[in-house]
Design a protein around this ligand. Structure first.
Ligand code: TXA
Ligand code: MG
Length: 325
């Protein structure tokens, strides 16, 4: 057994906090059956206590230890996507800690697709409550150095698994009532989910049903993020530049005439690369001390929706997410 994994498991069993890599982002893990350990997660993140956590499991069969009345659609989705970037919201079993679920009657479960996370979960032989390993409202970490910088002083151990393969959080689907409702867009797209469920999703994010605690401002860098259309990008950047504001541009196309002093954070044309770049770009905006980041979100469905969701929230515009961009 890898000694880093043994160390992580020992700390978790003693009620400590371990940051661990998943395929999406790094998680801040604690024993989901230990109320004191779960409390430490909230304190470390500065997260409000009514904001529920995802419980990570080693296998889909462990679902039954945490959830009851599991509908067929949930088992089908688990079978299709686990291990992987999908979180299922189900009715919780009695005995699950209120601290984990924010006192709700439901619980969020996921089997991550990362060899180190799975090794820890298998050896731990239980559920690990693990939110993204960042301070509340800030940008999610996609490598161990991000975690060290932000939470190094409060975690007991950081398991370094390099950079996260996906780079954006899991898709959250509420299946607690047997229908499927997307609460947070992520790497698994609505189309992929519909292919398994055979149904049109209850809510393709058109309504206002959302995960509790997905507040409007989230994933926020220090810089003020300004969302613009591609056609407006140059004008906005020039406006800030002329006022001597330290401005950056996050976009896949750089407009002709963009001044050399503007800090460019280029997004790849390919959406699966964009999701990998997004959080490191937002961190870079901070690292180079930008005051304003002008951002051009991708248009279209699928993964573009997940990128838009995060960019809108980083701008503090979560409430207007449902307007098409
Ligand atoms: O990819 C991910 O999901 C990452 C990695 C570490 O697994 N985790 C993550 O956790 O993003 P966190 O805590 O940053 O976001 C979890 C989201 C929150 O918005 C929370 O409101 C929602 O999951 N959630 C948790 N339990 C829920 C429940 N019972 N019903 C509805 N939403 C829930
Ligand atoms: Mg988070």
């Amino acid at each position: 057994m890898n000694s880093a994994i043994t160390q992580a498991v020992t700390i978790l069993k003693q009620g400590g906090l371990v940051a661990l890599p998943t395929e999406t982002v790094y998680g801040l893990a604690a024993d989901a059956r230990n109320a004191v350990a779960v409390q430490k997660v909230f304190r470390a993140k500065g997260r409000p206590s009514d904001h529920p956590l995802i419980v990570h499991l080693a296998t889909a069969s462990a679902m039954d230890d945490w959830a009851r009345d599991i509908p067929t659609v949930a088992r089908d989705l688990a079978h299709a996507f686990w291990p992987g970037p999908l979180t299922l919201v189900l009715r919780r079993r009695p005995g699950v800690l209120d601290a984990v679920t924010g006192g709700m009657d439901t619980i969020a479960l996921r089997v991550p697709d990362h060899p180190l996370a799975l090794a820890v979960l298998t050896e731990f032989a239980g559920g690990l409550a693990a939110p993204s390993a960042n301070r509340y409202g800030k940008v999610s970490p996609t490598n161990a150095a991000h975690v060290e910088k932000e939470l190094g002083a409060v975690v007991d151990f950081i398991l370094d698994g390099g950079s996260c393969r996906i780079g954006i959080e899991s898709t959250i689907v509420d299946v607690s009532d047997g229908k499927s409702t997307i609460l947070r867009p992520g790497f698994i797209t609505p189309d992929e989910i519909e292919q398994i469920t055979g149904n049109v999703l209850e809510d393709r994010l058109g309504g206002h049903v959302r995960s509790p605690g997905l507040k409007a401002s989230h994933y926020a860098p220090h810089a003020r993020v300004q969302i613009v259309d591609a056609r407006e990008a140059l004008g906005e950047v020039l406006k800030w530049h002329e006022r001597n504001v330290r401005v950056g541009l996050l976009a896949s196309l750089v407009p002709e005439g963009c001044p050399a002093e503007v800090h460019l954070l280029r997004l790849d044309e390919r959406l699966e690369i964009q999701v990998q770049q997004l959080y490191s770009h937002l961190r870079e905006a901070d690292a180079c001390g930008l005051d304003v980041l002008v951002a051009v979100p991708p248009t279209g469905s699928g993964l573009a929706m997940a990128v838009r969701d995060r960019l809108y929230r980083s701008a503090g515009l979560g409430d207007v997410l449902d307007q098409s961009v």
